[in-house]
Design a binder for this molecule. Structure first.
Ligand code: GLU
Ligand code: MG
Length: 631
C-alpha cells in the first residue's frame, strides 16, 4: 500500500507543521527525477501484478471463520525463505493494511513476449502454495475482496474488542486496532486521517432490501457516544474505520512504458477502462455481516480514508483550510495527462497554484504540472521524525509520501531516483478474484489491451466527467448486466489514428446520446463482446491482434481461455463473484431473507471458496470449465 519507512511516527499536530516542508521538498524531488529521466526512451514494456490475500482460520468445530492476525509473522517467514536467501526467488511478499493481509507479486517483472502470458497463473499458483505452506493447520489463504463479516463481533483470531472510548487509533465501534498491520505507517495513517478530518470516517453503504429486511433499516449502537447516531444513515450499513476499506483486497497491474509520453498515453487510455473492468470484476457484496446493494468495494475505501475536513467537503465555509476538495484521496483520477486527453479534461480541478507555478517555471508542461499540483493539495498523513530532512537529489520520500496516499484509479509513477526502472502506470480498480485462473485472466486481459492500444494507436478517451459517471454506475448491484456506460464508439478515429477507420453504422445505437457524438451509452456486453452497428467489442479487437501475432499453441490456448472467461462474464453467461456470493447466501438454509450474513453462512461460503480456489471443487457457474486449468 505504499512507502514503508522505519522510525518514530509523528502525530497529526506535528505532521501538520511539516506539511509545507514535505510538499516543497516533494516537488524538488519530483523535479530532480524528472530532469534526470525525462528523455529516457526505449525502456522495454515490462509489467507485473499484485495480488492481496487474507489469512483466515476455518474453525470447523464451531463452524466459524475468522481473520487471523498473524500477517506479520507469515510475511517474515515468507521473506526469510524467499527473497532474503535468493535474489531470483519467483515471489515477493509485502505487508498490507490489515494484520490479516499479505500482498504477493512475481519476483521479477514480466517482459514483452507473448509466452510470458503462459507463466502468470503458474506464478500465482506458486504464491498461493508458498504462503499456504507456512500457515498453521486450519488456516488458509483467500483472495476475497471483502470479508463478509468484517467488523462483526469475534471476527478475528485472536479475538479483540474494539476500543471506541479508550485510547486507540480507529476508535471504531467494530474494528479493533489489533486488526491493523503493526507497522507504524498503518496506525499512523489511521489516526492522522481521523484527526485531520476532525471526526471518525463515516462509511454508509446502501443495504439490500430483502423480503424480511426491516424497513427502514436502522441500527442502534450501544457503545456509541452519539457520533454513530449522527453519521449512520437509515437504510445503510454504517462503518466507521479505515479498516473497512483498506482492509479489502484487490488486484493491480503495473506497466513500464518505453518513455514518459507513452506512459502518459497509457495512463489516459486505461483510465477510461477503470469503471468497466471494475464492474466486470465485481466481488464485494457483503459488509459487516449484511447484504449490501453494491457489488464493488470502491466507494467504501474511498470513504474509509476520507481525511477532508468539513470545510474541504463544503459543509462549512472555508476558514482554516485552503481548498474545497471534491473527492476523497482514494477516488477516480481528475485529469488526463496526454495531449490527446487535454480536450476531455472537463472536471473542475483543484490545484495548488504556487506549486503549479513552480512546476511550470521549472519547465514542466501544463498537463503534468496540474496533475502534480492537484495531488499536492493534500497534506502528508504520516511522517517519521528521522525522515524530515532528506537529500532531494537522491531520495524521493517526500514526493512518494503524497503520491502514495493519493489512491486513485490510475497512478502515474515516475522512476525512483538512481534506478534503472522506467516511467510506469498502475491500473488499480480491479477487485481480486477467487482463483488464480480468474486473476490471471483479468491481468492478461488488461495487459493485452495495452498492447492493442499501443500497436494500433487506439483512442478510447471520453470526457472525464463521463468516466466519473461510469464509476458510480459500476459499483451498483449487478452493474455488469444492467449498467449502461459511456464509451467511445470508434477507437480508431481518435487522436493519432494509424489505421483506416472501419465503417460504423449509426443504427441501433443504445442511447439518446446526440448523433455525431464520439461516445454513447453501452452495456458491458457491448463494450466487451461488441454489437453490430454500435461498437466493435474489445474481445474481437484482441482476437484480431492475436491472430496477427506469433504465439505458440499452448500460450494461445491459455490466452483464449482467459478471454473466454472475460467474454462470458460480460455476456452474463458466467456470474461475477459478487453475484455468485449473493446467490450462495440467498439459497443458504440459514438465510432468513433479512439481509443478514450469519457466522454459519459466512463459514459455508468461505469454506466453499477455499475448496474452489484450491481446485478441490469446480464452480462452472462462476468460472466455466477451462480446458487447461491447473498447469
Ligand atoms: N487494498 C486496496 C484496494 O482494494 C489497495 C491498496 C494498495 O494500494 O495496495 O484497492
Ligand atoms: Mg496493495
Amino acid at each position: 500500500m505504499g512507502l514503508l519507512s522505519q522510525g518514530s511516527p509523528l502525530n497529526w499536530e506535528e505532521t501538520k507543521k511539516h506539511a509545507d516542508h514535505v510538499r516543497k521538498h516533494g516537488i524538488l524531488q519530483f523535479l530532480n527525477i524528472y530532469n534526470k529521466v525525462k528523455e529516457r526512451q526505449r525502456d522495454v514494456l515490462k509489467w507485473g501484478d499484485e495480488v492481496e490475500y487474507m489469512l483466515v482460520e476455518m474453525d470447523d468445530n464451531n463452524e466459524k471463520v475468522r481473520l487471523v492476525l498473524n500477517g506479520k509473522d507469515v510475511l517474515e517467514i515468507l521473506q526469510e525463505k524467499g527473497e532474503k536467501i535468493n535474489p531470483n526467488h519467483p515471489t515477493l511478499w509485502r505487508p498490507e493494511y490489515g494484520s490479516y493481509m499479505i500482498e504477493g507479486t512475481p519476483g521479477q517483472p514480466y517482459g514483452g513476449t507473448m509466452s510470458e502470458f503462459n507463466t502468470v497463473e503458474d506464478n500465482m499458483g506458486k504464491r498461493r502454495r508458498e504462503a499456504a505452506s507456512v500457515l498453521n493447520k486450519n488456516e488458509t489463504l483467500l483472495t476475497v475482496t471483502s470479508f463478509p463479516r468484517l467488523g462483526c463481533p469475534g471476527f478475528t483470531q485472536p479475538e479483540y474488542k474494539p476500543t471506541p472510548v479508550e485510547k486507540g487509533v480507529s476508535k471504531s465501534l467494530f474494528f479493533p486496532d489489533e486488526a491493523i498491520n503493526r507497522h507504524p505507517r498503518f496506525s499512523t495513517l489511521t489516526r492522522n486521517i481521523r484527526h485531520r478530518r476532525g471526526e471518525k470516517v463515516a462509511i454508509n453503504v446502501p443495504i439490500f432490501k430483502d423480503k424480511n429486511t426491516p424497513s427502514p433499516f436502522v441500527e442502534t449502537f450501544p457503545e456509541d457516544d452519539g457520533e454513530a447516531a449522527r453519521a449512520a444513515l437509515p437504510d445503510h450499513i454504517y462503518m466507521d474505520a479505515m479498516g473497512f476499506g483498506m482492509g479489502n483486497c484487490c488486484l493491480q497491474v503495473t506497466f513500464q512504458a518505453c518513455s514518459i509520453s507513452e506512459a502518459r498515453y497509457l495512463y489516459d487510455q486505461l483510465a477510461t477502462f477503470c469503471p468497466i473492468v471494475m464492474a466486470l470484476s465485481a466481488a464485494s457484496p457483503f459488509y459487516r455481516g449484511f447484504v449490501s446493494d453494491i457489488d464493488c468495494r470502491w466507494g467504501v475505501i474511498s470513504a474509509s480514508v476520507d481525511d477532508r475536513t468539513r470545510e474541504e467537503r463544503g459543509l462549512e465555509p472555508l476558514k482554516n483550510n485552503k481548498f474545497r476538495i471534491n473527492k476523497s484521496r482514494y477516488d477516480s483520477i481528475d485529469s488526463y495527462l496526454s495531449c490527446c486527453g487535454e480536450k476531455y479534461n472537463d472536471i473542475e480541478l483543484t490545484i495548488d497554484e504556487d506549486i503549479n507555478k513552480q512546476l511550470l517555471d521549472a519547465g514542466i508542461d501544463k498537463l503534468l504540472a496540474q496533475h502534480i499540483a492537484h495531488l499536492f493539495i493534500r497534506d502528508p498523513l504520516s511522517l517519521f521524525q528521522e525522515k524530515i530532512h532528506l537529500d532531494d537529489e537522491n531520495e524521493s520520500d517526500h514526493f512518494e509520501n503524497l503520491q502514495s496516499t493519493n489512491w486513485q484509479t490510475m497512478r502515474f509513477k515516475p522512476p525512483p531516483p538512481n534506478s534503472d526502472i522506467g516511467w510506469r502506470v498502475e491500473f488499480r480498480p480491479m477487485e481480486v478474484q477467487l482463483t488464480d485462473f480468474e486473476n490471471s485472466a483479468y491481468v492478461v486481459f488488461i495487459v493485452l489491451l495495452t498492447r492493442v492500444i499501443l500497436s494500433y494507436k487506439l483512442d478510447f478517451l471520453i470526457p472525464l466527467s463521463k468516466v466519473d459517471e461510469n464509476m458510480k454506475v459500476a459499483q451498483k448491484r449487478n452493474a455488469v448486466q444492467e449498467g449502461m456506460f459511456y464509451f467511445r464508439k470508434d477507437a480508431f478515429k481518435g487522436c493519432n489514428p494509424v489505421l483506416d477507420p472501419p465503417s460504423t453504422a449509426q443504427n441501433g445505437v443504445e442511447s439518446e446520446a446526440k448523433d455525431g457524438e464520439e461516445f454513447t451509452l453501452m452495456s458491458i456486453d457491448t463494450i466487451i463482446n461488441g454489437k453490430e452497428g454500435v461498437f466493435h467489442g474489445l474481445i474481437p479487437m484482441l482476437n484480431c491482434y492475436l491472430e496477427n501475432m506469433e504465439v505458440d499453441v499452448d500460450t494461445r490456448c491459455t490466452i483464449l481461455n482467459y478471454l473466454k472467461l472475460i467474454k462470458k462474464r460480460a455476456s452474463g453467461e458466467l456470474m461475477t463473484m459478487a453475484k455468485w456470493m449473493r446467490e450462495f447466501a440467498a439459497k443458504h438454509p440459514q438465510y432468513k431473507q433479512d439481509s443478514v450474513i450469519t457466522d454459519k453462512i459466512n463459514y459455508d461460503l468461505l469454506h466453499k471458496c477455499d475448496r474452489i480456489a484450491k481446485g478441490e471443487e469446480k464452480c462452472p457457474e462462476l468460472i466455466g470449465d477451462p480446458v487447461n486449468r491447473g498447469k
